[in-house]
Design a protein around this ligand. Structure first.
Ligand SMILES: [Zn+2]
Ligand SMILES: [Zn+2]
Length: 277
């Protein structure tokens, strides 16, 4: 199984980083998208994927940076389809409403394309499931468990623990350390965590930016969570502020002060190949 960091950016526009989005290539023909930030479909193409390969889309929470690419996923899944296969989306309470409104916004496009293409006789179909901590469901050949995360005032926010064969991947989204996060990533082969450098954010003279410190894991906290829960690899993404070119060593050093396992950080399309440990 491969983990591809499609988008390592944040709400702040960045010419080199797409919005938060991660692709799991469970195998060649079964991919799972976790969050759908700005530009995620373009990054999927770069990663050798297309929405029609998605067994499902998992959404951690409804902050705009994590869902702003969903309309593109829905439309591209539909126009590249050869039959009315539904796109399946799992997310927290509120995702059904979000998709309902997204479909309403796409209504003109849907009617134009059905009018224009003789062979496209179906509308896009999206099957949405709202899930909460304690739920477990199947995405393709993978089993997924839902865990509570802590991203107040964002409520609810959830993380996904995906198991396939021997592999366990913990997809945390935006959260501070909490009991649900510990359960989510216990003994996982890989733990993917949104992170901020609280020291750097506090040094920026912008009060609105300072607000993000209290609801994201710092790099040090991600390292502590990884160590406490014996994960195989810590994968850092959604970095704020975006590391400067050549700046990754400093981020790794902060995490490594708290965790002695493998630490992954990088540009968009950084790929982690899980091999059995
Ligand atoms: Zn968020
Ligand atoms: Zn975010």
């Amino acid at each position: 199984m491969e983990i591809v960091l499609l988008g390592t950016g944040s709400p702040l526009p960045d010419p080199h980083r797409a919005g938060p989005s991660t692709l799991l290539k469970v195998d060649q023909s079964e991919h799972v998208l976790v969050d759908a930030g700005r530009g995620c479909v373009m990054r999927m193409a770069a990663a050798g994927s297309v929405p029609s390969l998605l067994a499902g889309v998992l959404v951690t929470h409804l902050h705009s940076d994590h869902v702003t690419g969903l309309d593109d996923v829905i439309t591209t899944h539909w126009i590249m389809s050869s039959d009315p296969t539904p796109l399946r989306i799992w997310g927290p309470v509120g995702i059904a409403d979000f998709i309902h409104h997204t479909m309403a916004a796409l209504e003109s496009d849907i009617s134009y394309r059905i009018a224009h293409h003789a062979d496209l006789t179906w509308r896009p179909t999206v099957e949405v499931a709202e899930v909460a901590a304690g739920d477990r469901f199947q995405v393709g050949e993978s089993s997924v468990a839902v865990h509570q995360t802590e991203h107040a005032p964002v409520e609810p926010s959830i993380g996904f623990r995906l198991e396939h064969g021997h592999y366990v991947v913990a997809l945390a989204g935006d959260t501070v350390p909490c009991a649900g996060l510990d359960d989510l990533c216990a003994d996982a082969d890989a733990y993917v965590q949104s992170v901020i450098r609280d020291d750097l954010v506090r040094a920026v003279p912008n009060r609105r930016l300072h607000d993000i410190v209290d609801y994201h894991s710092s790099v040090a906290q991600a390292g502590q969570t990884a160590a406490r829960n014996r994960v195989g690899r810590l994968v850092l993404t959604h970095m704020v502020p975006a590391p400067a070119p050549g700046g990754y060593d400093e981020w790794i050093a902060v995490a490594a002060a708290n965790f002695d396992g493998e630490i992954v950080i990088g540009d968009d399309l950084t790929t982690v190949d899980l091999v059995e440990r």
